[in-house]
Design a binder for this molecule. Sequence first.
Ligand SMILES: [Zn+2]
Length: 467
Amino acid sequence: MEKKENFSEWYAEVVELAGLTDKRYPVKGLNVWTPYGWKLMRLIDEIIRCEMEKTQHQEVCFPLLIAEDQFAKEADHIRGFGDEVYWVTKAGGEDLDKKLLLRPTSETAMYPIFNLWVRSHADLPLKTFQLVNTFRYDTKQTRAFIRVREIHFFEAHTCHIDFEDAEGQIEEDLKIMESLAKKLCIPYLVLKRPEWDKFPGAFYSLAADSLLPSGKTMQIGTIHQYKENFAKPYEITYEDEKGEHRYVHQTTYGMSERLVGAIVGVHGDDLGLIIPPDVAPYQIVIVPILAKGLQDKVTLECEKLKEELLKAGFRVHLDLRDVRPGSKYFDWEIRGVPLRIELGQRDMEKGVVTFVRRDTGQKKEIDRAKLVEHVSETLREIAENLLDMASKFLLENTKSAASLEDIKGKAGIFKVGWCEGEGCGLEMEETTDMKVLGTPMEKEEYKGECLVCKKSTEIVVYLAKTY
Ligand SMILES: [Zn+2]
């Protein structure tokens, strides 16, 4: 498996060999979550739930089916999603008199109910989230965890008294993104999407973009300010202290199994996955090195190691299969377990165990008496190294460019001068065969000209090929 030479093939092969998915399901774009893949996803979900809890969001679960008239209330929204919707038109043999659709996202399922939940300023802010499946009939080439038609979706929906309060929510969302991405060891850029690429119905959209080794970016999270754009058609209003009725201001925050795709793509190598310790289904695998006649002693000691590590709160697996240690190494390397512990008779006599790091391949002997301490430290070092390597890659592949022709079709992220005109932006996309990702959240010092119309500008815009 050669990751650098052919990322696409490598990716397709590794997600299957590592047991993250089973691609044999007979409907395209629908993922079978295998035990190992689902465990990884659930560990990511748990971090998200924990962050939501910390910030006083409440978990809800709305219906999968939405009535057509509710869906059609916000004009931009239906224009944006209309072509991707799966419809339910029949029940048994009967045509439904009211067509239903599978949620592509849940604004139009939730907001008719938010209309009833929000009454007075005392009901605000309303902060909710759900982790559910959504459906989008995407016609582009499907790819496990990156482009799917049934999406494992996290969506937070909030309502606020005014624009400022909603802006505060977006700042909180950005901090949550930061904390989550750090645990996944995934660096990213926060960019404000251009007008023509914002979420259908949003006032503005922010996106977190990560960079995969193919040189294409992948959106791993989005945060939207809706202002009153949905509150008006869904009549979500509250009575303020003076008894006047006002529209709420809303935000949403979305993420999906693309986080798994990013972990696979960003950290993996020619041997397989490398899963960051905070979300690894198994953080440690113990492989006994058995010599003839000594099986029992070594196995017993390995079981003790396992108990000790479980007690300390680690996710650990003891591989007692009747196969050679070499095949065990191979299997767990593909699956990306961050730390392997080997233990044989010789180690036992010396009072040591052997650590092998998945990220560097580095081997070292560890004092058996200080096992837990060393495991904690090594897992921390692995996480740091993964984030460092990925950050370096992102930095090295984000460059300024002075000509659109020069970067045409190239890999990586390019920063160019832009007048903020939509015409010029679209022409940039056309000339470079890339997408305009948007302008950076934190303003960057820049003095130059728009690469299309040559007007002088202080704005840079980011361009890249995308997934
Ligand atoms: Zn221009």
